[in-house]
Design a protein around this ligand. Structure first.
Ligand code: OGA
Ligand code: MN
Length: 290
């Protein structure tokens, strides 16, 4: 593990890390993702990822093959379990996010952790920006480890005992709206809600993270939605407070990878169909939350 930028420089002459803001995230420079990575760069990226939760690489020319290889530094790249969108020809693991005239991009403007309703939700997601409406369609990320640590010891202890239910219903409903790049979802593919611990521990660092989100979490296990809502709202307000958020303004060639265990994200919807936006998305397999 690398403990500081200095350690990284000793191991690898070119890769550098610069924090993106106080909340989370680092920019990685000096790495060309169009080429296979050497072992020390690969390990440097993994270590930085677990430390910073969100990594940004700018100005990258990333083929679907290289995007899959980068994803697999963290876990196997898998097709989306609900086949929510079209994929790149020959690469079912690479989802296409597309907004252009005649094809409105499906909304993602809600705080969420990707596919948290899976029994084993993805550890990481990666987006590669290929076409971006200037200054629009930003993506926000919040730090769920910081949010956990900012709660009172009493509330942390209470939450450590709780589990919450996560459901794919919302994704199914979004696809029913139609008229977007979201594909129809076969209802038989939508699994029953799953239960995950509200506080999860990240194996690599031992840090604890709040693992609930407003899009997929429906209630605490064993409680009603009505009973759960006030405490869930409190958690979301703390998690998404400005000091816990990084807002990424996209440029073509950006590659952003994030840890779904330690963050939520939100796609700002301040563009319309007339403003083309096109990204490739992959996810790396994760484990059952503990
Ligand atoms: C996603 C997602 C955000 C964006 O692909 O999982 O939430 O800004 N995308 O498109
Ligand atoms: Mn998402």
């Amino acid at each position: 593990m690398f403990n500081s930028v200095g350690d990284l420089r000793r191991r690898n002459q070119t890769m550098q890390l610069t924090p993106l803001c106080g909340a989370l995230g680092a920019e990685v420079s000096g790495v060309d993702l169009s080429q296979p990575l050497d072992a020390s760069t690969a390990e440097g990226i993994r270590a930085a990822f677990f430390e910073h939760h969100v990594l940004l690489f700018r100005g990258q020319d990333l083929s679907p093959e290289r995007q899959i290889a980068l994803t697999e530094l963290l876990g196997a790249a898998r097709p989306h379990p609900l086949n929510t969108r079209r994929t790149v020809e020959g690469h079912p693991e690479v989802l296409v996010l597309e907004n252009r005239p005649g094809k409105r991009g499906a909304r993602n403007d809600y705080w969420h952790s990707d596919i948290s309703h899976m029994e084993e939700p993805p550890l990481a997601s990666l987006l590669h920006a290929i076409e971006i409406p200037t200054g629009r369609g930003d993506t926000m990320f919040c730090n769920m480890c910081a949010a956990h640590d900012q709660l009172s010891p009493g509330l942390r202890a209470t939450l450590a005992e709780l589990r919450a239910m996560h459901s794919g219903e919302a994704t199914y409903r979004r696809a029913l709206e139609g008229g977007t790049d979201a594909l129809r979802i076969d209802p038989s593919q939508v699994k029953p809600p799953v239960s995950h611990p509200v506080v999860r521990t990240l194996g690599e660092t031992g840090r604890k993270a709040l693992f609930v989100n407003p899009h997929f979490t429906t209630e605490f296990e064993g409680m009603t939605r009505e009973e759960s809502a006030p405490l869930l709202q409190h958690i979301y307000a703390r998690a998404t407070a400005p000091e816990n958020v990084y807002r990424h303004r996209w440029a073509v060639g950006d590659v952003v990878m994030w840890d779904n265990r330690a963050t939520m994200h939100y796609a700002v919807r301040d563009y319309d169909e007339s403003m083309p936006r096109y990204l490739h998305r992959t996810t790396a397999d994760g484990e059952r939350p503990v």
